[in-house]
Design a protein around this ligand. Structure first.
Ligand SMILES: [Zn+2]
Ligand SMILES: [Zn+2]
Length: 142
């Protein structure tokens, strides 16, 4: 492959370019396949046609939160607040977990219903709506 910072040929497994010292994939100035100069926002190389988009978002557990995962956690494990922890609402998750534990599961049935409702709400929302409401705005309840 070619270093995307300086365009020099580097070993495909190289962690740093021997020519410029930068991680070969860190920049977007050159095509990694043929070494031609590219624009940072270019989707594919104009010379060789290789895709220039780094596919880091293919894993649903990375970056953006997965609506389906959050919904299922709420429905299945709502009484333990696991879906709250998943979405980054640690305080709310602890509240749900503590209520379930200190009431010996009695309050847990109520919390589980809240989790179930929240899980269903997550699943009925569109991906954009879910992202906007629970990931960006950090709306803790419902
Ligand atoms: Zn380089
Ligand atoms: Zn190319």
């Amino acid at each position: 492959m070619f270093c995307r910072n300086c365009g020099q040929e580097v070993h495909p497994q190289a962690v740093a370019c021997p020519n410029c010292g930068v991680q070969p994939n860190a920049e977007k100035k050159f095509c990694p396949n043929c070494g031609v100069a590219t624009e940072p926002n270019q989707a594919a190389c104009t010379q060789c046609g290789v895709s220039l988009v780094t596919s880091t978002s293919s894993n649903p557990f990375q970056g953006s939160k997965n609506k389906l995962v959050a919904g299922l956690l709420g429905i299945l494990l709502g009484g333990l607040g696991i879906h709250k922890f998943y979405l980054g609402y640690n305080k709310e998750g602890i509240i749900m977990l503590v209520i379930t534990l200190i009431t010996c599961g009695f309050g847990g049935s109520i919390i589980a219903i809240i989790g179930l409702i929240e899980g269903i709400i997550y699943l009925t929302k569109t991906d954009e709506d879910f992202e906007q409401t629970y990931v960006k705005n950090q709306k803790p309840w419902f």
